[in-house]
Write a protein that binds this ligand. Structure first.
Ligand code: SF4
Ligand code: SF4
Length: 116
């Protein structure tokens, strides 16, 4: 099972953050979420970031990139910092489906490979 991001489809609603925090803590508090909205404060556009074990995935309208520890996305504001400290996405271990995929209203988040 794999979490895929169709990078140009994100609308910035942030529901995925809430869903992930519910998986993490059974609370609707995005502070613990492994996925969060990336906002570029100068260009006034956004994408989605996912904390992985050894990297941060960043999907923006122009495509996807991977940030290694210490790297920062060009133009990223303070919104990009907190995710580095968070738990990595565990593909909703112990759940029956990927919570962020289930709630994403735009089809930006897609489960590849099916539930195990
Ligand atoms: S797959 Fe689960 S753990 Fe990973 S970002 Fe989505 S909700 Fe969070
Ligand atoms: S739920 Fe989907 S559309 Fe909304 S912020 Fe997350 S990835 Fe973007």
């Amino acid at each position: 099972m794999k979490l895929e991001v169709i990078t140009h489809k994100c609308t910035g609603c942030r529901i995925c953050e809430i869903a992930c925090s519910f998986h993490r803590d059974r609370e609707m508090n995005p502070v613990s979420s492994s996925i969060m909205l990336h906002r570029n404060e100068k260009k006034d556009y956004f994408g989605v970031m996912i904390k992985r074990e050894k990297e941060v995935f960043l999907g923006r309208p122009e495509g996807a990139e991977v940030l290694l520890p210490g790297e920062k996305a060009e133009g990223a504001g303070a919104s990009s910092k907190p995710i580095v400290m968070r738990e990595a996405c565990d593909l909703c271990e112990g759940e029956d489906f990927l919570f962020c995929v289930a709630v994403c209203p735009s089809g930006c988040l897609v489960e590849e490979g099916g539930a195990s």
